[in-house]
Design a protein around this ligand. Sequence first.
Ligand code: C2E
Ligand code: MG
Ligand code: MG
Ligand code: MG
Length: 282
Amino acid sequence: RAKAQGKASYKVFDPAMYQEAIQLLEIENDLRRAIERGELIIYYQPIIALNTGQIAGFEALVRWQHPVRGLMAPTEFIPIAEETGLINDLDIWVLQSACQQLRIWQEHPDIPKNLTMSVNLSARLFTQAHLITQIDQIINDTKVNPKNLELEITESVIMENTHVVRSIIEEIKQRNIKLVMDDFGTGYSSLSYIHSLPLDSLKIDKSFITRMQFYQDNLGLVPTIISIAKSMNMTVIAEGVETQEQIVKLRSLNCDFAQGYLFSQALQPEAVIDFIASMPRW
Ligand code: C2E
Ligand code: MG
Ligand code: MG
Ligand code: MG
């Protein structure tokens, strides 16, 4: 049939592109119902304090237990959620659920008190003043202490630099919630601008940690990023730590926290208890 319509129309109906488009539509439709159906789940990745070697908190990382496609990584559906606006409901659901989980752990006898919970918020949420009302509601419902809550934002949030973004950031700080700049180094924001924001921490992107060379101490930008953060009174978290060598260097550079497969992948809540029980105490 395509042949009969000529070469041009055959090109329009490229079967591979068509399949891909249909698949995106299907995922979008499924995602709309995923929250109601309880298909989204949160894994928690431990964050370690490098001065003590003890657990300091967790990052909440969403996954989608899709009935047909199986367990999906956020990279497979967060971009779709962002394009369609579903990210608002998704991120708020994650925030609420992660705060509930933190509250449960705070009451667990085998889990240290004062652990933090870090939650990723997409740039899109920072365009709506409504976000503050939702955050207040969640803190009120779950009774978590706001000082144990950390919101991870990316440079794309602050690149907008609108009045709304600034006022949301100020409101967040007034509540004593911590603000973390995630994937630091991958965006284009200027240092003076970063300096003008009430950020508590910088999280160094995994790509910088991976590229650290130990031969002749050529550690790339990592020492510079850490000293900049320190000069601005921010704490530093290294993301994607996979080797002992990296830890030794990060400690000598006074990096405060690390997360990565060397310690643990993101875990389901039951596995978190086992992880904490298995941690060396020193
Ligand atoms: P991110 O916030 O930078 O999270 C860190 C990612 O690196 C996670 O991938 C984590 O599993 C992975 N990771 C941690 N340590 C290591 C390591 O040692 N080696 C390697 N190879 N990877 C490591 P994940 O869970 O697939 O999440 C990917 C991204 O999806 C996140 O990057 C974040 O940008 C986004 N995301 C996840 N959950 C949410 C959410 O609830 N809301 C929003 N808006 N975005 C989310
Ligand atoms: Mg993050
Ligand atoms: Mg990150
Ligand atoms: Mg990252």
